[in-house]
Design a protein around this ligand. Structure first.
Ligand SMILES: Nc1ncnc2c1ncn2[C@@H]1O[C@H](COP(=O)(O)OP(=O)(O)O)[C@@H](O)[C@H]1O
Ligand SMILES: [Mg+2]
Length: 287
């Protein structure tokens, strides 16, 4: 008798516990709504017979790994480059967190424009705004460039296909909370969707070497998956902070695999966008 092999498996996204049936709560780690359906391709017996393909990585002696001098991409916004640790390292995933309305989208448009001005092709994916709204903002910030491509999209499958055909040098996802994978049943913004979208983008960044910025809203409401969930997945975490009623904004690195976390960047927000404050001690001095 041939034993029936189940092709569907549910994995807890918090601890990795696997079960053939969906569960609301993980019996191992206690996490709620953490199970995601995963389809196994092929029968288990066939998996062992896979032929090694040329594209598969092969282990190499550690002292034979070639080290090229790190090629960092400059955005042209010095304060930003400095907080990154001296520009953008290829294949990095950078999370930009901050309160809604603090200026994350403004910063991202200005950063992408700076990169596009250096002759690179950049892609801005917004799940929150139409391409017309993006153009209007870009115009107000004097950040129009034909190398800055914009698209309004929430579907991760379509975004990954798009990235594959456009092959941008740098990509922005604004915001990670609005993205969703159609094969997952949970709503955009849920822990499972946010984590899955970030995971797919991370794999893409590592595979293609494209640096990707993820914009994430910090929310006090625990029901919406906040950027803190993503901190361990990304290479760099920058928080954009300030008082919405005042002009000063501070960009702070709280995690950086490619630089120090002691750096901060200071900006001033006005209707033309963010301007660097190169010498904050003068600006902050009381008259
Ligand atoms: N038309 C405008 N004129 C001047 N300032 C604006 C205009 N629209 C937005 N802003 C400024 O930009 C801020 C919103 O920035 P945004 O980049 O959209 O924030 P986030 O992406 O973090 O939600 C507003 O708080 C306001 O200060
Ligand atoms: Mg925004």
């Amino acid at each position: 008798m041939v034993k029936k092999t189940s092709k569907t498996i549910f994995s807890c996204q918090a601890c990795g516990y696997q079960t053939p049936k969906w569960m609301g709560k993980c019996p191992d780690c206690g996490e709620w709504q953490s199970f995601v359906e995963e389809i196994r391709s092929g029968k288990p017996g066939q998996r062992g017979r896979r032929v090694l393909s040329a594209s598969q990585p092969k282990p190499v002696p550690i002292d034979a790994v070639e080290l090229e001098p790190e090629d960092r991409l400059l955005t042209g916004i010095r304060e930003f480059d400095r907080v990154l640790g001296g520009g953008l390292v290829s294949g990095t995933l950078v999370l930009i967190g901050g309160d809604p309305g603090i200026g994350k989208s403004t910063l991202m448009i200005q950063v992408l424009h700076g990169i596009a001005e250096n002759g690179r092709k950049v892609l801005y994916v917004s799940g929150e705004e139409s391409v017309r709204q993006m153009r209007m903002r870009s115009q107000r910030l004097s950040a129009l460039s034909s190398d800055l491509l914009v698209v309004s999209e929430n579907d991760m499958e379509s975004i990954l296909q798009m990235a594959e055909s456009v092959k941008p040098d740098v990509m922005v996802i604004d915001s990670i909370q609005t993205m969703y994978s159609p094969e997952l049943t949970s709503a955009p913004g849920s822990v499972t969707q946010v984590r899955e979208s970030a995971m797919q983008l991370m794999l893409m960044a590592k595979k293609t070497g494209t640096p990707i910025f993820l914009v994430g809203h910090v929310t006090k409401d625990g029901a919406i998956a906040g950027p803190r969930l993503l901190e361990h997945m990304v290479d760099t975490v920058l928080y954009f902070e300030g008082d919405r009623n005042h002009v000063f904004r501070i960009l702070r690195a709280v995690k950086n695999r490619f630089g120090s976390t002691n750096e901060i960047g200071v900006f001033e927000m006005n209707e033309n966008g963010l301007n660097e404050v190169a010498n904050p001690s003068i600006s902050f001095r009381t008259p």
